[in-house]
Design a protein around this ligand. Sequence first.
Ligand code: MN
Length: 328
Amino acid sequence: MIEGLNEYVQKSSTVWIREDGKDIKVKDWIIPVWEEQREDWDAVILGVPLSRSSISASAASEFPKAFRKAWELFTTYYFDEHVDFRDYKVGDLGDVKMHYTNILQCHDNIEHAMQHIQHNYPNSFYVSIGGDHSITAPLVRSIQSNNENKSIGIVQLDTHLDLRDLSQGPTNGTPIRQLVEGNVVKGENVYNIGLHGFYNAPSLIEAAHKHKVNMISLKQLRKKGIASVIHDVMEQLSNKVDIVYLTVDMDVLDITYAPGVPASTPGGMRTDELFDILFEMGKYPIVRAMDFVCIDPNRDNQVQSTVKATTYAFLTALASRYIHKMKK
Ligand SMILES: [Mn+2]
């Protein structure tokens, strides 16, 4: 393992036997970093198996494993754009080591792991695989402390604001509140896309107004169109911040599409809409990091709709970055 990093990160338990050939699968394409030393990974993946901090009982800690297992179900050829993105170099860093019960210790490990990763791979795109949404706070804190003179914005795909107060400690309902009140990210630089229905209490809407968090409802998104909304959001952010962090709470999806997300709801986003958003976001190199959170593979249905949807979303985001990197 890389110097310093092995104190906080361990190899993943799912390691594929990779094969080469004309037709390869995602499992053949993503390379464990302990098998191939290089500094120029286009993207690095970090598993963050923590879900004791989830408000609803969740085994999201099992998701990094389920995610890696799903790699054999997908190829590196993206039909929609007729492109094979196997030349995009992706390294798997393994998983953050967690304390059995101490959530603050776990968050500390996540923050330190991300520090070492940024030092070792300063130019890579950072992809974190949760875990519940509490992990976003230490991840963004780490990126901020590594970029002291730069400002960070957040694009959050979520059914919830995640602005709950901290009276119950840090949970998957508090990351945005922690980041805003900790002066890590300004509320006006947070754009929440996907809000709908009956899931955010008045005190949370009040907190959003107080901190000037931008709220874009699912209805507004559909009315204006995905390309136009993402273009506007990214244009605004590009004028205000140096780095954008993209956080994808899979509870943004409708419960039909995401039965494996404990907090998913009726009336949510469709998978094709999520994929389109991630494709649009791939156009912007200012987006330096991304996470996927709150997927509990033990609650998923038998055909693994949620695990597959998340893997598809992840691949869409990376394929788009590859396509737009090649265009330059
Ligand atoms: Mn959330």
